[in-house]
Write a protein that binds this ligand. Sequence first.
Ligand code: EPZ
Length: 431
Amino acid sequence: MDRIAIIGGARLEGEIPISGAKNSAIKLMVASLLTEEPLRLTNMPRLADTRFLGKLLARLGTEVTETEGPDGPETRLTTREIVSGFAPYDLVRQMRASFNVLGPLLARTGQAKVSLPGGCAIGARPVDLHLKSLEALGARIDLHEGYVYAQAPRGLKGAVIDFPINSVGATEHAILAAVLADGDTVLQNAAAEPELADLADCLNAMGAKVSGAGTRTVEIRGVSRLSGGTHAVIPDRIETGTYAMAAAIAGGEVRLTRTRSDFIQALIDKMVEAGVDVTAHNDGLTVKRNGARLNAVEVTTDPYPGFATDLQAQFMALMTLADGESVFRETIFENRFMHVPELGRLGADITVHGGEARVRGVQSLEGAQVMATDLRASVSLVIAGLAARGETVVNRVYHLDRGFERLEEKLGACGAQVRRLKGDPGEAEVE
Ligand code: EPZ
C-alpha cells in the first residue's frame, strides 16, 4: 500500500486548480443509466471512486470512455441497453454511492437487485429513506439475504415525499427515480447541497423537468424518456476547503482557482473568525496567513449551507495549533472523530465525549507515523503534517486516492514537501 510522507514547515505559495466534485461526478455517472444516448461529462475528476463506479456501470451495460477534452478530463457514458439489473455486495460494499443505481435501474427497466451497502467507518449510514422514497414512488421493495429486490412492472408514479431529515443520498436517489415517473413528484425537506443542483442541471440538460434542486423543496415533472447531453461537473467544494485549510495551517498565500467560494461560505466564516485572511474572487479564492497564531473557534457540522461534515476533520487539524480551546460538534455522522487519536500521535490535545470534541491548542506538532481511517480523516493528517516538525507518514493512502486527485502534485507545486512512497500493489485495498 502506498503511503504519503510530509516534511512539515514549508510555507505554501502558489496556485492550486480545483478538480470536479467527486460527490457530484459519481451521481452524474449513475444518471447515464436513465438514457440509451451518450452522456458526456466534462471537468471530471479522475479518482479511485470514479474508476470504481465506471466498472460497476460497465457490468450493468454502460460503455464508459475516458478522454481528454479541450477543458480537461471528460467521461462519456452510453447505456444503450441495461444488460444486468444486479449490483452485487462486493461492489456496493466497497463504494456506498453504488447503491444509487437502484432507482435508475428501476425507472428504466422496472426491476433491480442491489446489495444493501452496510455500515462504514464513519457511521451506520442506513438507507431506509432511500427505500421509503422508492416505495412512495410505487416500487415494491423486498429485502432478502442482504439484497434489495425492487420491482415496478408498471413504472414508477409521482408522489409527495417528505423527508424527516436532510439526506443527500436519499434526495439524489428520489430525483434519479422520479425523473422518468408518471406524473409529478414533490420532495419536501430535501437536502440542498450544491451537488443536488448539479444533478438537476445535468438531468435537465438530458430533458428532465426538475426545479428547486439546491433548496428544501424539489419538484419533478416526470417525462417519458431522457436524451443524452453534455454537462460540466461543478468544482469540488471539499477539495477547495481542504486546500484552503492547508494554506492556513502552513502559512503563506495560495490562490485556489477553477472553483467557487460561495460553496464553502460556512468554512470561510470560521477561517476568518480564526484569523485567516480569505479573499473571494470570480474564479475561486485566495487564502493568506502570515505567522500570527490562530484563534480557537467553535464548529458545529450541519447540512448545507451549514459547516460540512466532510470538512470537520481538516478544520480540527487546523485548530490543534490555535490559541485556546475549540469545540467541535458533529451532528451528521456518529463516528466521525476517527482522526482524533491519529492527530494525538502528532501531539494534538483533543478529548471526545459523544458527538463533541474539545481541542486545546498546542504550540507545535511533531511528525509521526499515522493511519488514515477514511477519506476526510486521511487528508486532515496530511494538513497536520504540513505544520508538524519533522516527517509525518500517512499510511493507507488508498482512502485519500478515493477523493483527492494528484494531492502530492497540487501541494508540491506550492512548495509543500509531500511525496508518495510506493507500496506493493498487491496490498491495495478499497473500502
Ligand atoms: C453524502 O453521503 C456524501 N457522500 C458524504 O461524503 C457526506 O459526508 C454526506 O453526504 C453529508 O454531506 C456522497 O455524496 C457519496 P446523507 P450520504 O444521506 O448521502 C442519515 C465523503 O467523504 N440517513 O446526507 O450517505 C445518515 O446516516 C462522504 O465524500 C438516514 O438515516 O449522506 C446521516 O446521519 C462521506 N437514512 C444523515 O442521514 C437514510 O436512508 C445524512 O446522510 C440516509 C441517510
